[in-house]
Design a binder for this molecule. Structure first.
Ligand code: SF4
Length: 278
């Protein structure tokens, strides 16, 4: 039986990453709507704190970049991140066009009919310069090679190039797009990825192949990953018989979980569900 996606399903970096890491996780999370969260406790209590810090810092950044007056006293849970931001804000943010918590949705011809979506923490553009995507990370900075492999690093600039004609009224050459990760727990250190035409072509082919692989699967055969590292902090270990895989959670592992907006939706769905399994 072919795979049936929920109506109006849009692939995000998070859902594509799930599929790339483990088809079974994608199936549980997005096709079967398997409930989250797992029971609180170590090490997931640490995850909850990291998610809460991430959530509050993103709301603070949203207010800051929207020009909404900030509270007199910064939330103690994110005070260190705020200090890092004040000392080291992202440099050279274009001014002509700025959007905060901004989503783009595209259905490119090369995506096998799939809809793709990206939500930018901060998107800034200058017609005379280029576009800058800023993503706030409240964790420590991982090695650049690990970031390079993330679907977020692939999808964010790719979708901006795709969306540019309708968004800015003109095509945007890949060379004029930069993705900047900002790391609060590293004092505001950044990692910058400048896009180019070669990467753009390779990324289109990669995403297209990933979607084709998903479409070719039978609904009954979403295999478990052979790479047990992906199970380490996965909340579905009990369902997969992989409880024995060490579950030590590190704050930088938050990328193993859906992004905050997707997480909110999953929690709401879980609360409304009679099938709260975990
Ligand atoms: S526990 Fe492992 S095999 Fe099961 S869904 Fe998670 S990552 Fe996949």
């Amino acid at each position: 039986m072919p795979v049936e996606l929920p109506p109006a399903f849009a692939f995000s970096q998070s859902s594509l990453q799930d599929f790339a890491d483990c088809p079974r996780r994608f199936q549980l999370r997005y096709l079967l709507g398997q409930a989250y969260p797992a029971p609180l406790g170590r090490p997931l209590a640490s995850l909850d704190r990291s998610l809460e810090r991430g959530e509050r810092f993103h709301r603070l950044m949203e207010r800051c970049w929207r020009g909404i007056q900030l509270p007199e006293r910064v939330d103690p849970l994110v005070a260190d991140l705020w200090q890092a931001f004040c000392a080291n804000p992202p440099p050279d943010v274009p001014q002509a066009f700025r959007r905060v918590e901004f989503s783009v949705n595209v259905k490119p011809s090369w995506a096998n009919g799939a809809r793709l979506t990206a939500k930018y923490d901060l998107l800034a553009y200058d017609p005379d310069g280029g576009a800058l995507i800023v993503d706030w990370k409240t964790a420590r900075r991982p090695p650049r090679a690990a970031l390079e492999r993330r679907l977020q690093t692939v999808l964010y600039p790719l979708l901006l190039v795709e969306a540019a004609p309708s968004l800015f009224g003109t095509a945007l050459p890949p060379e004029r797009v930069t993705l900047l990760y900002w790391f609060g727990e590293d004092g505001g250190a950044t990692e910058r990825f400048t896009y180019d035409s070669e990467s753009y072509a390779a990324d289109r082919a990669y995403i297209s192949a990933l979607l084709a692989r998903l479409n070719a699967l039978d609904a009954a055969e979403f295999p478990l990953t052979a790479d047990l590292r992906h199970c380490r902090a996965c909340q579905y270990r009990a369902l997969c018989g992989r409880e024995q895989v060490s579950g030590t959670f590190e704050p930088e592992d938050t990328d193993l979980f859906p992004d905050l907006d997707e997480l909110r939706e999953l929690i709401a769905a879980a609360a409304a569900s009679d099938d709260f399994v975990l």
